[in-house]
Structure formats: structure tokens, C-alpha cells
Design a protein around this ligand. Structure first.
Ligand SMILES: [Ca+2]
Ligand SMILES: [Ca+2]
Ligand SMILES: [Ca+2]
Length: 319
């Protein structure tokens, strides 16, 4: 009886782009239009295949956010509008789960949610409090999330930010559910480095001992692009990113003011252009990149775009 209720509610709720059909395809074979379909045969309900073309997936969505000093506008926008994302996902399918990994040169898997030891958020208020906290404690002080709230401040000597290890952590540590549409949303305004480089090694001399501004620190890159993409594929997680398509102008207020390891032309590498010959992460994982500058200039809505990709991804196998 429980199964009947579930199936009936799915038929009623529907799923965009995924019309309901019977398990054996009878509704289409006999030429009857889908809306003439009354009730599933009880024998269908006993099927354990779990995949009969019906839209049954819940939503698992993890934010992987650059919380370095120029990124506070994303945290502000998400704090104000996250309830739109939470309600849209739950409208597609009840019981949406959300996660958050904050990063600069290292990362922190947020654990202030309501479930799974705090790693899973299920409602807007805990996410809003988390966005506020990262902005006030980390963004405002150039503090690395992985160092905790009492970690050293003024600690970001080169422009590249460690999205790669943060994405890897999200893919590895978030409790992705079995029948879930799995999505990572990244927002960052720069590219990343790979192992064995070190984000804290300002001058690239292999040591992290310079104390003058911007102070060096030991922030080794732990993963490579290839390792990260392999894990995303294994976990069937799509990455959608909001990043710069081109270097910011010389007088752009958000332009990173420290030195950098890779040339400014590489700011889009890994997101919308190749990284050392490899295709961008969104392309390789079945996701897509969007222009962060359009978000910043209010030309596109961050939360409407997120809702769009969740809708487009829902119940679609990654090709
Ligand atoms: Ca930055
Ligand atoms: Ca950095
Ligand atoms: Ca050094």
C-alpha cells in the first residue's frame, strides 16, 4: 500500500521533461495518451529494479564556496536567497539535503546542519547562519577555514584558491544518498593549484618561511585535477561553477592584489578553459560553468540559476 501511495504521488507530482510511463510501456504501446493512465498494475509495484523511467530521485546539493576576501557578495546573496533554493529543491522532491564546504587555501566541511553529525542541512536557517559565520569569521579576516575560528588571520599570500581539495572533500565526505541527483555548486573567482604545489609558498621556493606581508604558511595542495574528476565520476556528482571567464580589469575592486603562481590569463582554467590540457571540471562531470561577473553585476540571478540547474539535472543520468 505504501508503494502505491509513492507511485501515485510521483505520477501527480510529475517531473519536467520526464513524462510518466508505465513500467511495461503499455501506456504508449497501445497508443493511449499518458494522461489516460489511471493506476499502475500491482505487479509493477513489486518490481525491485528501481528504475522504470520514473522520477524518484531526491536532491543532494553541496555548496563549495570560496570565502576569500573578494567573495563576500556570494555569501550575502546566498544568505538572503537560500530559502528559494531550499524550497525549489523540496518542491521537486521532498527531503532535499544540502551541504557546505568553505575554502580559501584549505577547506572546512561545515558541520552546523541538522543531520548526519551536522554535515547535512535540511532547512534555510542553518545555512543562513553558516554563510554569515564564514563571512564574519573567515572572509573578513583572511582566515583559512581549515584552520578553524582561532586560526591565523591575514593568511592568503597568492591569488589561487584551493577549490580542488574542497571539491574532493565534498565528493568524498558528504553522505550522498543512493537515489539522489547529486550536485556540487562552486563559486570562486580564481583557478587552483595541484599537488605538489603549496598555496602558502608565496615565492615558490619550496619553503614557507617568509613572515613579511603577505605572510607565507604551509597550505599544501593535496589532490590533482585528474584525481578529483575521477572521484566526481565515481560518485556521479555534477559540478556547476560560477567563476571568472576572463581576468578582472586592472582597477577592478575585486581583483586579487597579491602575487600569483599562474598567469592572470589562467584565471578561468579548470572552469571554462582547459587546465594544463585537461577539460574543465564542469564539462568533465556533466555540469556547466556560469559567469561570476554576471552574478556580481546582477545580470543573472545566482539562486535562479542554481534552481535551473537542479531542475535540469533532476533524474537525468550523467552522460
Ligand atoms: Ca581570492
Ligand atoms: Ca590563495
Ligand atoms: Ca617560500
Amino acid at each position: 500500500m505504501t508503494s502505491l501511495i509513492v507511485v501515485a504521488s510521483l505520477a501527480a507530482g510529475g517531473c519536467v521533461g520526464d513524462p510518466f510511463t508505465s513500467a511495461d510501456g503499455a501506456a504508449t504501446q497501445d497508443g493511449a495518451p499518458p494522461d489516460s493512465y489511471v493506476a499502475p498494475d500491482l505487479s509493477d509495484l513489486g518490481s525491485s529494479s528501481g528504475d522504470v523511467g520514473r522520477c524518484t530521485e531526491v536532491i543532494d546539493l553541496v555548496f563549495v564556496l570560496d570565502v576569500s576576501s573578494s567573495m563576500s557578495f556570494v555569501l550575502d546573496t546566498l544568505e538572503q536567497e537560500i530559502d528559494r533554493v531550499v524550497s525549489a529543491a523540496n518542491k521537486l522532491k521532498p527531503d532535499a539535503h544540502f551541504g557546505l564546504v568553505a575554502f580559501v587555501d584549505n577547506h572546512r566541511v561545515d558541520s552546523t546542519g541538522a543531520e548526519s553529525g551536522g554535515v547535512v542541512h535540511v532547512a534555510a536557517p542553518t545555512l543562513q547562519a553558516a554563510f554569515r559565520n564564514y563571512k564574519n569569521v573567515y572572509t573578513a579576516h583572511n582566515r583559512n577555514p581549515g584552520d578553524g575560528p582561532n586560526g591565523p588571520d591575514t593568511q592568503n599570500p597568492i591569488c589561487e584558491e584551493n577549490a580542488l581539495d574542497a571539491i574532493y572533500a565534498a565528493a568524498e565526505e558528504f553522505p550522498w544518498r543512493q537515489h539522489a541527483t547529486r550536485i556540487i555548486i562552486v563559486a570562486t573567482d580564481d583557478t587552483f593549484l595541484e599537488r605538489p604545489d603549496n598555496y602558502g609558498d608565496r615565492d615558490g621556493d619550496g619553503k614557507t618561511d617568509k613572515l613579511d606581508f603577505p605572510r607565507e604558511g604551509d597550505y599544501p595542495a593535496k589532490r590533482t585535477l585528474g584525481e578529483t574528476v575521477a572521484l566526481l565520476k565515481k560518485q556521479q556528482v555534477r559540478v556547476f561553477s560560477f567563476t571568472h571567464l576572463a581576468p578582472p580589469g586592472l582597477f577592478d575592486l575585486g581583483r586579487c592584489g597579491t602575487g600569483r603562481r599562474l598567469p592572470w590569463s589562467a584565471v578561468s582554467a579548470g572552469w571554462s578553459t582547459t587546465y594544463n590540457g585537461a577539460a574543465p571540471i564542469p564539462d568533465q562531470s556533466g555540469g556547466k560553468n556560469f559567469d561570476l561577473k554576471q552574478v556580481q553585476g546582477n545580470l543573472i540571478s545566482l539562486t535562479s540559476t542554481i534552481n535551473g540547474v537542479v531542475l535540469d539535472s533532476h533524474c537525468k543520468p550523467i552522460l
